[in-house]
Design a protein around this ligand. Sequence first.
Ligand code: ADP
Ligand code: MG
Length: 486
Amino acid sequence: MSVGLTGHAEWDRIKKRLRAELGEDVFTSWFARVDLEALGDGVVHLSVPTRFLKNWLQSRYRDRLMGLCQDEFGGVQQIEFTVRSAIRPRGPGAPEAWTSPAPQGVAVDHRQIKVPLAQAARLVLDGPAPTSEIRLDDALVGSPLDPRYTFASFVEGRSNSFALAAARRVAESRPGESVGFNPLFVHAAVGLGKTHLLQAIARAAKDAGRRVLYLTAEHFMYRFVSALKAQSAIAFKENLRGIDLLLIDDMQFLQGRQIQQEFCHTLNSLIDGSRQVVVAADRPPVELETLDERVRSRLGGGLLVEIAAPDFDLRRAIVSNRVVAARRLFPTLAVSEAVIDFVAENVTSSGRDLDGAVNRLAAHAQFSGEPVGIETAETALRDLLRVREARRVKIEDIQRAVCKQYNVSKADLLSSRRTRTVVRPRQIAMYLSKTLTPRSLPEIGRRFGNRDHTTVLHAVRKIEDMIKTDRGFADEVEVLKRQIDS
Ligand code: ADP
Ligand code: MG
């Protein structure tokens, strides 16, 4: 091989030619991070940051690279790719996807100088993050309970009265007593009070001396995987089956075949042993497409209650209650009835936004020292509604980003072509559509060239598996996600 001292001048020329051929976007996506490591014995050694990139370049660009290397270096017979050590080391413990997001407000440091208004208010109003955990014994520790989520603070309205009655019934029953429905399955869109209600049940039952375990589905997965790693899975399962009341929140996030199987066993043995189970999710069991059929049917076999969107009266009552709670901390906080009406009329989406609105009002009042008028309310709410708008991801955005990243056309992405070069990007785009938007599997199928929902489900599972087993690939998807989210 006739190469320069190190071959870097030649490698630079190769990159220049690739950039000219492929265009800036494609070049940057695939080749900007490829480095020349060594040359010798007819082999060009290149390094890339991720395993995914290695596979991708090998399957799509090997021939082109070979041609260019032969032109520039001469006598090249082979190109070897190696993966540079992980760029983004992960801490020990759970995989990232399994850790719950920190409760809002936790990340705010008292000493921090610049705290956004709403966050500052939340910190002041809500106090430090809830830390109380339900401890049965060392093997079973529940997710933290928020001390504010009690029956006393839950406001009843037309949209939630049935769910509230069922929840009370469960909370008041004695161990082993049948309440006539098991499991209780509560479903509602985000922010309508599912977590509040489940935690209210957990707290009341715990105060009555029952063995209660409240877990988010993510925590359930994490606990189970930790137990497997520590080879204490049997003890974990036995402990699980020894409780009086199991509450699982955000069921839509339960993933993984083995975990679902385990969950199914737990569910069966608890229900068969007359122990009460309560589950909350953002949709009814039939629509939890990523769940195993058996889990779905067992979950659908009890009482299903939906919490609907709050009407004006309920919204007003929630706002009014929150203002009263805020006034306990800021006795001077003055919010007129007109402002409460204004908030209840304009924030229609969820309890979370109503809370956010009150927090903002309290923050404005605190920092300006003036009573809250309609004008302040308007500004505070405009911010709130704008933040919500900005966060919404569209399927088109995902398709566009994926097409760009993998250099495929949108027509190909939506076509019935099944070559490897379009199948994987298509699956990634479907997976991202499922995880970043609230769209259902059938709807996503329609948006991807009228595919069946089972095809979408297959894609979601496939990508989930790959993310779990291939860190390079996981990084690649993570990068895409960030591009789409920003
Ligand atoms: P979800 O779990 O359904 O997404 P949350 O239980 O987290 O909703 O509720 C979001 C916020 O709205 C919480 O602060 C909760 O206290 C409040 N909230 C929702 N519904 C009610 C209600 N009926 N009464 C009082 N607060 C409510
Ligand atoms: Mg919730």
